[in-house]
Design a protein around this ligand. Structure first.
Ligand code: ATP
Length: 444
C-alpha cells in the first residue's frame, strides 16, 4: 500500500489541506503502507520554494513524516516521455485554437442548445495542415483524447461514482510551452510510484474520471487504484478555503498557540460520528477508518478545536511542556495552573502571579476584611490544607461566606476574578507575597 499527499507550493497549508494530508498519512500508517510527500510545483509562476519549505515544516509540526519526498519539477523528462507514449498511441493530439476561438465556439454551441464541449476540430487536421500551422510559427498545445466510455469506481467515502467521459472536453495535458498540466503529472506520478490509494478533496472527482482513462492509456492497471474523496472543508460560515486566499492556515493556528494534538484529533474525527479526542497522528492511526468519514460537507469549528486544545493542556505532563514554559517554571506550578488554560500563552501571567510580582487592585470597601484576612494568615510551612484552614477561620470571625468571602481574597492574591484552585495556588504564592498583596489590595 502506498499513499501520497500532493500539495502545490503556492501558499500556506490550510486546515482543509491538512485534513487530506492527515487522512492519507493515517491510512498509510494504519495499514503499514508508505506515505509520499509530492510537491506539485510544475506551475513555475506560482510555486515558491519558501512555500514548499513552509508546507514541510507545518506537516512535521502536525506530527506527519514521509518515506519519500518528490518534487514534480525534477521529473519533467519523465512527463515528456509519457507524452510521447500517448502521441504514439494517438491519444495526445496537437491543437492550435486560441482562447478567443475556443470561447467563440463554446458560445456558439451554447446558443445552439449544446453543452459547451470542445468539438475536437483539431483532431480532424491532416498531417499537412499541422505541419503548415507549425511552419507558420504556431506552437501546438496537446489534448488527451478521452475514450468514449463511462468510468466508474467505488469511492471509499462517496460510494459508487461514475463519470461519463463524452460529457467532458478532452483535457489539455501539455501547454504550448511544453509544460505539463496537473492532471497529467499527477497520473504519471501515481503510475510510476505505484500509488494504491488516492485520498484527496472532492474538488477532484471529475478529474478522477479523466485520470482513470489516462492511467489506463499509459498502461496502468486501474484495478490497483483506490479513491477516497473527502468533502471540502469550509470555514465556520461555510466559506471556501484556499491556499491562495490565506484561509485558516496551520501556521496561524500554531502562532495562536494551538497544539498539534488538538488540531490532529479534531481533523481526524471531523465528519465522522466519533467524538473528537486529542492525539498525535501516531496514536490516532490505531483507530483510523476512512470509510467512517461522511460525505456531507464539513465545517471547521474553531470552538471545538479550542475545546480539544484545552484538554491537551489539562493533561500535559510537565516534562512535555518544560521547554515552552517560562524560565524557572516547576512542576508544582504547572500542575496547579494547566487546568485553567485555553492556550499555552495564558500560562505566563500565572507564572508572574505565583513566582513574580503583581500589583493587585485596591478594593474599595474591603479594607477591613482584607486587614482581618492578613492578620489571620497562618504561619508557614503551608500545604494544601492552609487555604481551607485560613478561610474557615475567616468565615467564623467575619460571618462572610461564598463569593463575599472568596472573591476579595482571590482578587487580592491573584489580581484576577477567576483562576486555578486557590488551595493549590496559595502555598505556591507563599506567605510573603500573600501578605504584601493583601495589604496593597486593602488600600493600607
Ligand atoms: N477546502 C478543502 N477541504 C478539503 N480538502 C481540500 C480543500 N482544499 C483543497 N483540498 C485538498 O488539498 C490537497 C492539496 O491541494 P492544493 O494544493 O491544490 O490545495 P488548494 O487549497 O486547493 O490550493 P490552491 O488554493 O493553491 O488551489 C488536495 O487533495 C485538495 O483536494
Amino acid at each position: 500500500m502506498k499513499l501520497r499527499f500532493a500539495p502545490s507550493p503556492t501558499g500556506l497549508l490550510h486546515v482543509g489541506n491538512a485534513r487530506v494530508a492527515l487522512a492519507n498519512w493515517l491510512h498509510a500508517r494504519r495499514h503499514g503502507g508508505a506515505f509520499i510527500l509530492r510537491l506539485d510545483d510544475t506551475d513555475l509562476e506560482r510555486s515558491k520554494p519558501e512555500f514548499a519549505a513552509a508546507i514541510e515544516e507545518d506537516l512535521r509540526w502536525l506530527g506527519l513524516d514521509w518515506d519519500e519526498r518528490v518534487a514534480q519539477s525534477d521529473r519533467l523528462d519523465r512527463y515528456a516521455a509519457a507524452a510521447e507514449t500517448l502521441k504514439a498511441a494517438g491519444r495526445l493530439y496537437p491543437c492550435f485554437e486560441t482562447e478567443e476561438e475556443l470561447a467563440y465556439k463554446r458560445e456558439r454551441r451554447r446558443r445552439e442548445g449544446k453543452p459547451p464541449l470542445y468539438d475536437r476540430e483539431a483532431l480532424r487536421m491532416t498531417p499537412d495542415q499541422i505541419e503548415r500551422a507549425i511552419a507558420n510559427g504556431k506552437q501546438p498545445y496537446w489534448r488527451f483524447k478521452l475514450a468514449p466510455r463511462t468510468v466508474a469506481w467505488h469511492d471509499l467515502v462517496l460510494g459508487e461514482r461514475s463519470v461519463k467521459l463524452s460529457a467532458i472536453s478532452d483535457p489539455v495535458l501539455v501547454r504550448a510551452d511544453g509544460s505539463p498540466l496537473y492532471t497529467f503529472t499527477s497520473v504519471v506520478d501515481d503510475l510510476d510510484m505505484a500509488i494504491t490509494h488516492v485520498i484527496r478533496g472532492e474538488d477532484h472527482v471529475t478529474n478522477t474520471g479523466i485520470q482513470l482513462d489516462l492511467f489506463a492509456a499509459l498502461g496502468g492497471n486501474v484495478m490497483h487504484l483506490n479513491f477516497a474523496h473527502l468533502p471540502l472543508l469550509t470555514d465556520q460560515d461555510g466559506g471556501a478555503l484556499s491556499k491562495r486566499l490565506g484561509s485558516i492556515s496551520l501556521r496561524h493556528l500554531r502562532k495562536d498557540g494551538i497544539e498539534p494534538a488538538a488540531l490532529a484529533g479534531y481533523l481526524a474525527a471531523l465528519g465522522t460520528s466519533a467524538d473528537p479526542v486529542p492525539g498525535m497522528p501516531t496514536a490516532l492511526a490505531q483507530h483510523w477508518d476512512i470509510t467512517r468519514v461522511s460525505h456531507a460537507t464539513a465545517r471547521f469549528d474553531t470552538r471545538q478545536m479550542l475545546a480539544l486544545n484545552r484538554r491537551v493542556l489539562h493533561d500535559a505532563p510537565f516534562d512535555a511542556m518544560r521547554d515552552r514554559l517560562p524560565e524557572g517554571a516547576d512542576e508544582a506550578w504547572w500542575l496547579a495552573i494547566r487546568g485553567n488554560l485555553d492556550l499555552l500563552r495564558e500560562a505566563r501571567p500565572w507564572f508572574d502571579i505565583v513566582r513574580g510580582t503583581i500589583v493587585p487592585p485596591v478594593q474599595e470597601g474591603e479594607g477591613d476584611f482584607l486587614a482581618a484576612a492578613l492578620a489571620a494568615l497562618p504561619p508557614e510551612p503551608w500545604d494544601g490544607t492552609t487555604w481551607g484552614a485560613w478561610t474557615g477561620a475567616l468565615k467564623a470571625s467575619t460571618g462572610r461566606k461564598g463569593k463575599a468571602l472568596f472573591l476579595p481574597l482571590r482578587l487580592a492574591l491573584t489580581g484576577e476574578e477567576h483562576g486555578p484552585d486557590l488551595a493549590t495556588l496559595l502555598p505556591l504564592i507563599g506567605r510573603d507575597r500573600a501578605a504584601l498583596r493583601l495589604r496593597l489590595s486593602s488600600g493600607a
